[in-house]
Structure formats: structure tokens, C-alpha cells
Design a protein around this ligand. Structure first.
Ligand SMILES: Nc1nc2c(c(=O)[nH]1)N[C@H]1C(S)=C(S)[C@@H](COP(=O)(O)O)O[C@H]1N2
Ligand SMILES: [Mo]
Length: 523
């Protein structure tokens, strides 16, 4: 009975907490607990969990791997807390059966314990700008849950004064449970619908004002047009993959945020977002970002227009001391990386980024500030940056400590996105041509050539569309003279200097996937 009522009451509690998290950025114990665990469990185990999830998601073939992974993660987190609350309900009722304690008082004590733990967890890395409000909220919410649980116990147990005869008691209990269940279902449903609607409305409003909506792309006039069905050349913001160690994106308020620059510098600084935006010449770069966990042909890769300031400039103003050799970058979620000072001095493209596609970074993509480092996988590029410290040694970053490649240089990759169906066939004098298209990418090293092979035939050159910049993927197209039957299409690419992509398959861990993408198709 305790477990059942625990479950009934856990549903609205979780809904209300989730609602408050989505709308007001208040802490949600389910996510906080999950994230706390994810940072403490051994890196190998966490990576295994992520890899398994990505593999399962790819197997079921959903449209957006990282969104599905985040949803799965949130589902796991919520299920975990739900089960804990069910268990707590069972334990409370069992204890109350063996004692003469008041249900409400015992429930309040349980709620206070749970609320206290939630408040502590909520004060973790992804904490909101108002930690006291967050802590109070957690405590009040769990106290309410505990009180209701205890009160329900007293209602359904035989202890109620006047609850004498068995039949009456059973009827009373059933009515009570039905009413409670009904109330709970209503709160849960209304809450879920509200969150969904308000969240979607807010996002639509924000995303209406992107740069790309009102500006043509720099290669708009290119004669090589993408094959219909190729992924968009500029990834719509809402479709850009998201990978990080947070079940919910850290909530950073611009008013409270400063970039702290310190360590081995002559002039430490605390810069607001306005200082960065207005105090330095803005730079814009079209960039393709990829996760090191992206399998060959995967969707953990995206391209958009990044805006920010050259790190060189900001750093020069801080005047690094002669013994400084590295930058230690820390993020509000506990993520961290180091970057050699020489690399910054040598590469003006390294950029502190505050906008994507003309908008301030979305919360899940690192608001207010993230870094761009050419040619490196996403794992080397912190979002939600809060400090840059100059130090005199190298340190291993968050994922490097967990067994991933220390350099994480992007691998060259070519992908078939689409093999045109009959409808898209082009009728030429040579017969029917089937258009085949996709992307090729080699970090900041450019793509000089893409080739397609059909079955065991010769490699043939595809046509390349001018890329958005030297830092983005290249869209390619190939017109295949149609032949009936079943065929295997394979694609490969060459880097700007002619280096062929690595054809030997290797898994994503530890250095990023290699191997050729191929598709089998029946005509
Ligand atoms: N602070 C922080 N920065 C982070 C991460 C993170 O977990 N925390 N994940 C990194 C990884 S692994 C990738 S692939 C990119 C993804 O950026 P995106 O989610 O905006 O696409 O962010 C990187 N920066
Ligand atoms: Mo990543």
C-alpha cells in the first residue's frame, strides 16, 4: 500500500518539479541526482553507457540521435527518482505499521530528509542563479510530498478514529485511493501539457530571428546544387546535435555571469558578456562541429555560423606572464579542458563564441560563452565557460581523464546521405542517372576530392559544392548511370593536401571513428 501511494504521489511531484525546472530553471532532483552520479562513476562505465545508448538509438533508427539520447537520459533519471520515491513510500508505511508514530509527522521527517538531499544536489554544477530559492523550493516540494504520504497513511490505515468495521474501512479506502488517483492524474496531465506547450512556444519565438532567415548563404550561387535529401548545409539550430554531461542545460543568467581571466597573467579580468561583445571586433565563421562519438554516417555533427571574439585579442589584454604555457578552461558544469598557449598565439581562428546563427547561444549550446578550436572534436571545446586560467603545465581535460584521445583531432569522413529514388532520376542521353549526395568533412583541413564506387567498380569523382568556409563540411553529388539490381555504393574523400581518409574501420573510442560509409540498395 505504501509503495502504491508512494507511486501515486511521486507522479505529481515529479511533474511539478519538472514544470518548475523547465519554466523557472528551478532544480529538479531527478536530473541533479543523475548528473551527480555520472560525474562520479568510473569514466569507462559512463562511456559504455553512452555508447550503448547511441548504439540502441541508431538501431531503432530515430531521426535525431542526440535528442533521443537526452530524452532517454532524462527518462532514466526520472524513472530512478520515481522508483526511489516508491521505495520510500513502502518503507514509511512499513515503519509506521510497527510504531505508533503519527503518519504526518513521520512523512514530514522523510520529506525533510529527501528535500535536504535534493537541495544539496541542486546546489551542484548546473545550479541556477538563485541557489537559495532553489534549495527552498526542493525542501518545500519534498516536505509537501512527505506530508501527503503520511496523511494518506493515516487515512488508509485502521488507526483513524471511528474506522471500526472492516467493510466500511475497505470502502473508505477504495474511495480515497480513487480520488487521490484522479487528482494525481489531472495534475500530472495538465502539468505535462503546460510544460510542452510553453516550452515549444518560447523556442519558436526565439528561433524566428536567426541570421540565416534573412541572409543568403555565401555559396548560394554555386552551380553544384545539393541532391534533394542531403542534410541541410547550414543546420537549423533546433536540429543541431547536443552532447554534454548535463541532463538539463545549466541555467546561466547574463547579469550574474562574468568570464574570469586569471592565473599567470599581469592583468586579471572579469568580463561581462557586453564587455566581450562591445569591447572587441566581432568575428563570424561558418563551422562544422562534430562529436568524437559520432559514428561514420552519424548525425552528431552540425554546421552553423559562429560569432565571437578572437581569443588571441582577449588574452593579449590580460598579458600572460612568460612562464605561462597553457590555458585551463573551466565551465559551470564542472567540465574543463586545457589548451596550449602557443596554439592560441598561432591561430587567430580560435574564438570565444557568444552567438550561433545570429542569436545568443541557446542554453543547451553553451550560453553565454563557448570556445571554438579548429580541427578538434567537440570534447575539447567547452560550453558554458566561466573561467580561463593561465598555468605553467598541461592538464588532462574532462574526457581525456576518462580515456579519450588527448588531442582529439577530427578524422576525415565522407557520408552518403541520399540515393535518389526513381522520381529524382535525371534522364540524359546516356540513359537514366540517379543522383547520390552527401557530405565530406576533415576538420579544418578542407576536402579536395570525393569519390564514389558502385559495387567493385572504379572510384569515380563526385562534384563538390563550394563549402560555406574552410572549416565546414563540403556537400557533394554524384550522378550514377542507373542499372537494375542490387548495388552497394561506397564513398571516400581526400583532405585538402591530398591525404586519403582512413579507410580501415575503427570505433569512436578513443580517437574518433574511421572507415568508409556505404549503402546497399535494391533497384
Ligand atoms: N561545459 C561543457 N562543454 C562541453 C561539453 C560538456 O559536457 N560540458 N561537451 C562537449 C562535447 S563532448 C561536445 S561534442 C560539444 C557539443 O556541443 P553542442 O552540444 O553545442 O553540439 O560540446 C562540448 N563542450
Ligand atoms: Mo562529444
Amino acid at each position: 500500500m505504501g509503495a502504491a501511494i508512494g507511486a501515486l504521489l511521486a507522479a505529481p511531484l515529479l511533474t511539478i518539479l519538472y514544470l518548475a525546472q523547465q519554466l523557472l530553471g528551478l532544480p529538479f532532483a531527478a536530473f541533479d541526482l543523475f548528473d551527480w552520479l555520472a560525474r562520479r562513476l568510473p569514466g569507462g562505465l559512463v562511456t559504455l553507457g553512452i555508447d550503448t545508448m547511441v548504439a540502441v538509438i541508431r538501431r531503432v533508427d530515430v531521426a535525431d540521435t542526440s535528442a533521443a539520447a537526452k530524452a532517454a537520459e532524462q527518462g532514466l533519471a526520472i524513472t530512478g527518482l520515481f522508483l526511489a520515491l516508491v521505495l520510500a513510500g513502502g518503507v514509511l508505511f512499513a515503519v509506521l505499521r510497527r510504531t505508533r508514530w503519527s503518519g504526518i509527522v513521520a512523512g514530514l521527517v522523510l520529506g525533510a530528509l529527501a528535500g535536504g538531499a535534493a537541495a544539496l544536489l541542486g546546489a551542484g554544477p548546473a545550479a541556477t542563479a538563485a541557489p537559495i530559492a532553489g534549495a527552498l523550493w526542493s525542501i518545500v516540494a519534498f516536505l509537501g510530498w512527505g506530508a501527503l504520504l503520511g496523511w494518506s497513511h493515516d487515512r488508509v490505515s485502521a488507526r483513524r478514529p471511528g474506522a471500526g468495521r472492516m467493510a466500511v474501512e475497505t470502502l473508505d479506502r477504495r474511495t480515497f485511493l480513487i480520488r487521490l488517483g484522479g487528482a494525481v492524474a489531472v495534475i500530472t496531465l495538465v502539468g505535462a501539457v503546460l510544460v510542452d506547450q510553453i516550452g515549444a512556444g518560447r523556442r519558436r519565438a526565439r528561433l524566428a530571428a536567426t541570421w540565416s532567415r534573412t541572409h543568403p548563404l555565401p555559396n548560394a550561387g554555386d552551380p553544384v546544387q545539393p541532391v534533394q535529401g542531403t542534410r541541410p548545409e547550414l543546420t537549423p539550430l533546433e536540429q543541431h546535435y547536443r552532447i554534454d554531461i548535463n541532463t538539463r542545460a545549466p541555467v546561466v543568467r547574463e547579469e550574474d555571469w562574468r568570464l574570469r581571466i586569471g592565473g599567470l597573467v599581469a592583468r586579471p579580468a572579469e568580463l561581462s558578456l557586453a564587455d566581450l561583445r562591445d569591447g572587441y571586433e566581432p568575428m563570424h565563421q561558418f563551422i562544422t562541429l562534430s562529436c568524437i562519438s559520432n559514428p561514420v554516417g552519424g548525425d552528431l555533427i552540425g554546421t552553423t555560423r559562429w560569432t565571437g571574439v578572437a581569443l588571441q585579442r582577449v588574452l593579449a589584454d590580460a598579458e600572460p606572464q612568460p612562464n605561462a604555457t597553457h590555458l585551463r578552461i573551466r565551465s559551470v558544469d564542472g567540465f574543463h579542458e586545457t589548451l596550449p598557449l602557443d596554439a592560441v598565439r598561432a591561430d587567430p581562428r580560435i574564438m570565444l563564441t557568444y552567438a550561433w546563427d545570429g542569436l545568443p547561444l541557446l542554453p543547451e549550446h553553451g550560453f553565454p560563452l563557448r570556445i571554438y578550436i579548429p580541427d578538434r572534436y567537440g570534447m575539447k571545446q567547452p560550453k558554458w565557460i566561466e573561467s580561463i586560467e593561465l598555468i605553467d603545465h598541461d592538464e588532462r581535460g574532462y574526457w581525456v581523464q576518462r580515456g579519450w584521445d588527448a588531442v582529439a583531432r577530427m578524422k576525415a569522413t565522407a557520408v552518403i546521405d541520399v540515393i535518389g529514388m526513381d522520381m529524382m532520376a535525371i534522364r540524359a542521353d546516356r540513359g537514366t542517372l540517379i543522383p547520390i549526395g552527401g557530405i565530406a568533412h576533415a576538420g579544418a583541413r578542407a576536402i579536395s576530392r570525393v569519390q564514389v564506387r558502385v559495387d567493385d567498380g572504379d572510384w569515380q569523382d563526385a562534384r563538390l559544392r563550394t563549402p560555406l568556409s574552410g572549416l565546414t563540411w563540403v556537400l557533394w553529388r554524384f550522378e550514377w548511370p542507373f542499372q537494375e539490381g542490387e548495388h552497394t555504393f561506397t564513398v571516400r574523400c581526400f583532405e585538402g593536401d591530398g591525404t586519403p581518409q582512413v579507410a580501415t574501420p575503427s570505433p569512436v573510442r578513443p580517437s574518433g571513428a574511421t572507415g568508409l560509409d556505404s549503402e546497399r540498395m535494391m533497384f
